[in-house]
Ligand binder design. Sequence first.
Ligand code: CP
Length: 301
Amino acid sequence: MAKNLLSIKDLSKDEILDLIKFSNSFIDNEGNFRKEDLFPDKTVANVFCEPSTRTKSSFAIAAGNLGCSVIDFNIDNSSVQKGESIFETVDALNLMGVDLCVLRHPESVIQDLAEALPKMVFINAGEGSISHPTQALLDMKTIIDHKNSLDGLKIVIVGDLDHSRVTSSFVEGISNFSIDSLTFSGHPEMCTKYQNPQIGHYEPDLDKALDNADVVMTLRIQYERFDQELNLDLETYKNAYQLSSEKLGSAKGDVIIMHPGPVNYVEITEAVYDSENSVIREQIANGVAIRMAVLSRFLSG
Ligand code: CP
């Protein structure tokens, strides 16, 4: 296994399946996360330079459950505000004895940091629009929990795909498996990178895209990543791309509905979010188990 988890491409298919299986061992029969004092001598720093609820909190909970000391680094109250760079910041944590850095950053800095600080382990918790490998792991775990395997599935991803690090890591992750089909849908100007038949089929008509689907992943519009103000009529957008009960009629009866969060209820209706087919809240819980598995494996070196 690689020393750092910078990309889902750092993991082989066997390593992905091992991490998913291992994550299940951290959930007891009542569905609670086990607390095991496995790494009392290890310190994990959570360095988030972009907002987060799920990823940041689940890494902190996972590290605490494993007996690690956790530094919940607050960038807004740090010397970054006095002009210190991310390199100096993480190096300072390294010199103080932090063993593993969980990093979310809007730019591609993690590879350079990992090379500059070889004693530290780095886990990518979100790199701009580029990658989010632990989200891909928890998404694949959630699908396997319901469908037993990723093989043979018809998977649809709908929304603002161009700005989605969730999509890019998920697509890389499932490329290890023999899925039946991968269909991308959404506003053409939000799916420019995904109109490439080499990675999947682009279908702008969501009703057609959803035909016979086993898995539907829906994504919010990431307003914060557009260079210019988005001139969009939301009602027109919702008519075309919002995942509603009516649109889901053409999917399989046991289709599962996924969303990495946060949810804006533009891309999905509240009825679909709350439906029996929705596994969105399971994804959030699976984040803790997957991150316990990732931290355990990468802290063990
Ligand atoms: N899915 C995800 O990365 O959510 P947060 O931004 O809340 O961490």
